[in-house]
Design a protein around this ligand. Structure first.
Ligand code: CAA
Length: 289
């Protein structure tokens, strides 16, 4: 059986990751329908698309006509049925909750065309936990983007034991079409490649702070000025969200019972104070705009 090229994309979950993923696809020429159960999130996503494209034009990175075409290719329907019924691929980017994801995939399985690939952008939940909720597990995989999705080139394609070779190939071609660099993970593993490496860095940075070795500004300076990272671990925590990192640690601790997986005292303090980073205006640093 041959499959059509992926042209129609449905993104479910219009938060920071979802709407940027949608824009990446629209910029690459795909028709994108980005949906969410929350009207306010959907409205914010639409506003972001307008202001992002306007800024691209003012920076001279896109001409007005091209920006207009991209804007025409992305829409934000509130109903999942109209968002997904014609999709060649769905990219799920909702919150990290397995039960919600299973329910959503079961619903998508009924709505989407037979050939449609169902992918999840989950950072930690492997698709073999979700695929049994569908009638086509061979078309289910992880397709993991990084924050900010409009900028970061890498995507991780994770092949579960249920994912067919053909699905992997189609997702790889799609990733290249949207100007990403895909890497293949041939096994499902907690945290995939990037977040396993990142966790080691974040844990050590938090530990060094917690035991009083250095202030977090200095730890960030060390990582930027000695290791050449574009931002230090604390500024990065502000970007990805202190709340997300806290929840990821708690979830992992519940699974393993290993005290080393507990969030560090500093992360707990920031979480409780709702100092969650860029999204709340303050995290380890302040974000006045
Ligand atoms: N959203 C969209 N675009 C953004 C952006 C954002 N939040 N922040 C910056 N950009 C764009 C800018 O518009 C600019 O684009 P152009 O060059 O095309 O005009 C470009 O990125 C560079 O921006 P700046 O000059 O303002 O700033 P910078 O050079 O310091 O880059 C950065 C900002 C790209 C965020 C850079 O600091 C960086 O790469 N940081 C590391 C990010 C990282 O490690 N991400 C992975 C996080 S882990 C993760 O995502 C895992 C997970 O599972 C959640």
């Amino acid at each position: 059986m041959s499959f059509p090229e992926i042209k129609e994309v449905c993104v479910v979950g219009a938060g920071n990751m979802g709407h940027q993923i949608g824009l990446c696809c629209a910029l690459a020429g795909c028709t994108v329908r980005c949906t969410d159960v929350d009207d306010a999130t959907l409205a914010r996503a639409e506003k972001f698309a307008d202001s992002y494209l306007e800024a691209r034009v003012s920076k001279g990175k896109l001409d007005v006509d091209a920006a207009g075409s991209v804007r025409n290719r992305i829409s934000f329907p509130p109903e999942i049925e109209s968002a997904a019924s014609n999709a060649d691929i769905v990219i799920e980017a909702i919150i990290e909750n397995l039960e919600l994801k299973k329910r959503l995939f079961a619903q998508l399985d009924k709505i989407c065309p037979e050939h449609c690939i169902l992918s999840t952008n989950s950072s930690y939940i492997v698709s073999s936990k979700i695929a049994p909720a569908t009638g086509k597990p061979e078309r289910v995989c992880n397709l993991h983007f990084f924050n900010p999705a409009l900028v970061m080139r890498l995507v991780e394609v994770v092949q579960g034991p249920h994912t067919s070779e053909e699905t992997v190939q189609r997702v790889f071609s799609f990733a290249k079409k949207i100007n990403k660099t895909p890497i293949l993970l041939k096994k499902e593993i907690y945290g995939f490649v990037v977040n396993r490496i990142l966790k080691a860095i974040l844990d050590e940075a938090l530990h060094l702070h917690d035991i009083g070795v250095a202030d977090y500004h200095d730890i960030d300076t060390a990582v930027v000025d000695a290791l050449g990272h574009p931002m230090g671990p604390f500024r990065l925590l502000d970007l990805v969200g202190v709340d997300l990192q806290y929840q990821v640690c708690m979830e992992r601790y519940r699974d393993t019972g290993d005290l080393r997986d507990m969030p560090s005292p500093l992360l707990v303090e920031k979480f409780v104070r709702k100092e969650w980073g860029r999204k709340s205006g303050v995290g380890f640093y302040r974000y006045d705009d």
